[in-house]
Design a protein around this ligand. Structure first.
Ligand SMILES: C=C(O[C@@H]1C=C(C(=O)O)C=C[C@H]1O)C(=O)O
Length: 259
């Protein structure tokens, strides 16, 4: 199967273009993590016992994200097939004129949402590695930073739908038998490029080292300097969570691709 040099399909999307988007999204994810790392853990943001908001039961982060998503839904965010809400139930409809997003994906993509897994991984695995212990009272700003991280990571992972569509269009004869057999393992094997994954892990580590360094006018950057975010944490985030979940989205999409 050709990797990255297929002819340009009718919808204009190539594997190369899709990968370029993933590379650019790395910057967004890393900058959002740097911003979150500015605050200590601020655990009351996540404690049921802290916020007693009239008419709402749950931690501040849930209230914040639900309210933010409701506003963003009304202003059209989820019209874009790249965007997926964390609390999809009871979202208000968009109030703005619809934009004609090119119909690239099979409608099956609408039923794929792995944000529950992203939420769980972000708060239980990543955040303890990212934020220093402590409490500075900036809970609303902390929740804002969390939502930026979650949305950037979610967009990247659900971009797996586009990756899968392009891979399928490049080689339907390879994918169709595995789809008809509903063979997850075969699909996973077909869509996996280990050399690309290795490059991603190394690149995000290097980018983090660059973006998260202290920049001063008088000294050149030192190799032993402490970064605002540990590059190995970002490499690990990609290797253990972001890429496996992207591939899960790819498999889920392909399983439904011939429906
Ligand atoms: C996204 C792709 O599919 C898979 C997932 C990758 C990722 O999440 O970065 C990288 C390579 C592939 O194993 C791709 O081929 O670019």
């Amino acid at each position: 199967m050709a990797e990255g040099n297929s002819p340009v399909p009718a919808n204009g999307m190539t594997l190369e273009a899709v990968r370029d988007s993933l590379i650019r999204q790395e910057d967004t994810i890393i900058f959002s993590l740097i911003e979150r790392a500015k605050f200590p853990l601020n655990s009351p943001t996540y404690q049921q016992s802290y916020a007693s908001i009239p008419g709402f039961s749950g931690p501040l982060i849930d209230f914040f994200v639900k309210q933010a998503e409701a506003l963003q839904a009304k202003t059209g965010r989820y019209q874009n097939p790249e965007e997926h809400p964390f609390f999809p139930d009871d979202l208000p409809p968009s109030l703005v004129p619809p934009y004609d997003f090119p119909p690239i994906l099979h409608p099956a993509a609408n039923s794929i949402n792995v944000n529950n897994k992203i939420w769980d991984t972000y708060f239980n695995q990543l955040l303890p590695l990212l934020a220093k212990p402590g409490d500075d009272g900036n809970y609303a700003s902390t929740a804002t930073s969390d939502l930026n991280c979650l949305q950037a990571i979610s967009r990247r992972i659900h971009y797996g739908n586009f990756v899968a569509e392009v891979k399928f269009k490049d080689a339907p004869e390879d994918y169709e038998p595995a789809i008809r057999a509903q063979d997850r393992d075969a699909l996973m094997k077909l869509l996996t490029f280990e050399a690309v994954e290795k490059m991603v892990v190394e690149r995000v580590g290097k980018k983090t080292k660059t973006f998260a360094q202290e920049v001063t006018l008088n000294s050149t950057s030192r190799n032993d300097q402490k970064c605002k975010v540990d590059p190995s944490v970002v490499s690990q985030l990609y290797e253990k969570w972001i890429m496996p979940l992207t591939k899960l989205v790819e498999v889920e999409y392909l399983l439904r691709r011939l429906d």
